[in-house]
Design a protein around this ligand. Structure first.
Ligand code: NAP
Length: 492
């Protein structure tokens, strides 16, 4: 075939399965449609889209990244109400993008993917009801903070009042005037406490480990600001990049010891001075470096815990009883409602979905030593398979929306090659993946996350599952395909 004839050949239309209709799945779907690729299905086990923003509806939920930077570049939102928007608004934004772009029409709701199997050069995707369909590509967009982690507390089932995980909030339970106990003081616990203080008759906060907190104001955007954003896409773009640069200015502190980290540490430590009572201040002082765990951005946690009706309990929990929670010092903390703000299993990724590639190669086997992915997005031995928010994706407190867009760009570049007929299958080589992890392992000790703390950032064998370089490098890493890193096949 001549070069001209090849250039004129029609593009192949791939069939693509996306697992998950959260922020990442909607992102890829919208970009596929933008690129004229229409034959895809988004599998969503829940009856609605939105992912973590659909699941988490607890009081006080809000973004801890500036909203201007927590949006897709291709779908600016002039209507953000605040600097850090409330959760319901964020969920409405993502589901609106899904509707406006046409992604919503391609979501199969109530369809939980149980297995994906490589059969005769394609992926067979099977849902819990036993039906299967075949695809050229499968993309996991199942999110990181997805599987609620329940605490292993004696007597939990015996509690006589209302009890639920923060990600499964029971809105039928009255809160005002109730005695509410909260287990967990991470980002979620801090937001709940800030919101419920003053509403509950009494708030008891069980703190196993104190966290560092940066208390910030969260101003409302004026009508004029919103009008400006509506009128001028350029202004919106400007504020997007302004917020991006602001967040990126903290990267040096996270990534390397030195002046930037010393300054950020000083700034965060100073926040504790908001606590006037020295005993409470000591109780709230962590014994690890600021930012080692995810820094809590809160609008009112330190104000809330100084109220008379809020009590921090630092004694370990002994057991849960029908009337409340007993700590090891023998005190029974009676409560009507018990909230488990105990976080998520952040190392499950798309599991329990079973993934079996060619020659019976499974994801479970590949990850026996811990989750690993080539440049965060692909796994050796699994052709035409991509992941959003795979191992080592998060870049500290960075916007996951920006990360998803960078990852989507990489996936689209491969899908375009497939469309042109340049490749039929692609997968990263084991050597390239090992080389990536040699670099990750060499860079990680410099990061603040490796300064000695436990958190959801830390996985099997103490490996930190974050990205140890700057966001700019993350984008550059995925902007170009390194051909020598891939094993590919093509029909001709
Ligand atoms: P988390 O940071 O993992 O915190 C879980 C909390 O529960 C910790 O305080 C933990 O104590 C405590 N805990 C767990 N098991 C316990 C047990 N058996 N007994 C006593 N305490 C127990 O979870 P999260 O607060 O849900 O936050 C997870 C992540 O979600 C955040 O880091 C952030 O990335 C994201 N998030 C974001 C936003 C946002 O604004 N965008 C809001 C909420 C969450 P230890 O510290 O001792 O383990």
């Amino acid at each position: 075939m001549s070069a001209n004839a090849a250039a004129a050949a029609p593009l192949r239309q791939p069939r693509i399965a996306i697992i998950g209709a959260g922020m990442s799945g909607i992102c890829l779907g919208a970009l596929l449609l933008k690129g004229g690729i229409r034959d895809f299905t988004v599998y969503e086990k829940a009856p609605a889209a939105g992912g973590t923003w659909r699941d988490n509806t607890y009081p006080g939920i809000a973004c801890d990244v500036p909203s201007r930077f927590y949006q897709y570049t291709f779908a600016p939102n002039p209507e953000w109400s605040r600097s850090m928007a409330p959760g319901a608004e964020i969920n409405a934004y993502f589901t609106k993008v899904a509707r406006d772009t046409g992604v919503h029409d391609r979501i199969r709701f109530g369809a939980e993917v149980s297995d994906i199997n490589w059969l005769d050069g394609q992926w067979s995707v099977t849902t819990a009801d036993g039906t299967s369909e075949t695809y050229d590509f499968v993309v996991s967009a199942t999110g990181i903070l997805h599987h609620p982690r329940y605490p292993d507390l004696d007597g939990l089932d015996t509690f006589g009042g209302a009890m639920f995980h923060s990600a499964r909030w029971d809105h039928s339970v009255p809160l005002d005037g109730q005695r509410i106990a909260i287990v967990g003081t991470g980002s979620t616990g801090a937001q709940i406490v800030s919101d419920l203080a003053g509403r509950a008759e009494e708030l008891v906060v069980f703190q196993r480990t104190p966290h560092w907190v940066m208390q910030l104001r969260n101003p409302e955007f004026s009508r004029v600001t919103r009008w400006l954003h509506r009128r001028s896409a350029a202004y919106d773009t400007l504020t997007y990049h302004g917020s991006r640069l602001f967040i990126e200015s903290f990267s040096p502190a996270l990534l390397h010891p030195g002046r930037a980290r010393r300054f950020a540490t000083w700034l965060i430590r100073r926040q504790l001075n908001k606590i006037e009572d020295p005993v409470l201040r000591k109780q709230l002082t962590p014994d690890f470096e600021p930012m080692c765990r995810r820094l809590i951005i809160s609008t009112g946690y330190y104000d809330a815990v100084q109220r008379d009706d809020v009590q921090i309990v630092a004694s370990p929990i002994d057991r849960v009883e029908p009337d409340g929670v007993r700590t090891t010092d023998g005190v029974l903390h009676e409560c009507d409602v018990l909230v488990l703000a105990t976080g998520f299993d952040s190392h499950a990724y798309l599991r329990p979905t079973a993934v079996t590639g060619p020659s019976g190669h499974t994801l479970d086997k590949a990850w026996a030593g811990g989750p690993r992915a080539y440049r965060t997005v692909a796994v050796p031995g699994l052709p035409n398979f991509f992941m959003f928010m795979g191992p080592n994706s998060p870049v500290g407190n960075y916007s996951l929306v920006a990360i998803a867009e960078a990852q989507a760009g990489f996936m689209l570049a491969w899908i375009e090659r497939w469309q042109r007929g340049d490749v039929d299958t692609m997968a990263p080589s084991a050597e390239a993946t090992d080389a990536f992890y040699r670099d990750v392992d060499a860079a990680m000790p410099d990061t603040v996350w490796a300064t000695g703390c436990t958190s959801w950032y830390v996985g099997q064998g103490g490996r930190v599952e974050l990205y140890p370089w700057a966001p700019k490098q993350f984008r550059a890493m995925l902007a170009k395909i390194e051909d020598e890193d891939f094993e590919t096949t093509a029909r001709s």
